[in-house]
Design a protein around this ligand. Sequence first.
Ligand SMILES: C[S@@+](CC[C@H](N)C(=O)[O-])C[C@H]1O[C@@H](n2cnc3c(N)ncnc32)[C@H](O)[C@@H]1O
Length: 192
Amino acid sequence: MSDTDSTSRWNARYLERPNRLFQPETYLVEKLALFRAGSVMDVACGDGRNAIYLAQQGYNVTGVDFSIEGLNRLKGFASEAGVTIHTKVLNVDNASQFSQLGRYDNAIFVHFKPSVQTFAAVSELLRPHGVLCMTSFNTAHRISSPNFPAAFCHEEGEFLNRTQCLELVEYVSYQDTCGKFDGYIFRKCADY
Ligand SMILES: C[S@@+](CC[C@H](N)C(=O)[O-])C[C@H]1O[C@@H](n2cnc3c(N)ncnc32)[C@H](O)[C@@H]1O
């Protein structure tokens, strides 16, 4: 599927969604105590369930996504919640663009599996001791949902030892009401 097709598909999905904000991701909520105070980059933020939750917890949040309709919904929900989220329309597969987005105390990938290059680029923009929280479906999810695309699923341990600038805090496979997931927490090493 081309980037244009993929963007259009996500825009259509957001236009069809009921006008309500989903709950933030439970794994993120459970791991929030590990985050550094300050800013968060929400990569592929969608319509903002996690970005808005983080802003309500006092974080300065920037959300990037290629779906304008998703970001429009995010802005509406943020306004209703009385929080401000910085947004940018971005195809996150173009990893070189991240170097222009500044530096962050934390970053999240939720229900989105980054490319090798995007994972590395987002790791780069973390400040020393910054936290990266990532969770998405894993390959075991396809046993019960065989039509779910393999490209969106984490292979077992796929993001372990990807970059020397991150120290692993936690790697866990788990199941919730949506399916089977792999979750990772990394901390940026002090000397990067
Ligand atoms: C399953 S949703 C997850 C949204 C959000 N992280 C959440 O947990 O609710 C995946 C999101 O990734 C976005 N996305 C997919 N590919 C992308 C890309 N190459 N660049 C930017 N956003 C992308 C979609 O527009 C969609 O908002």
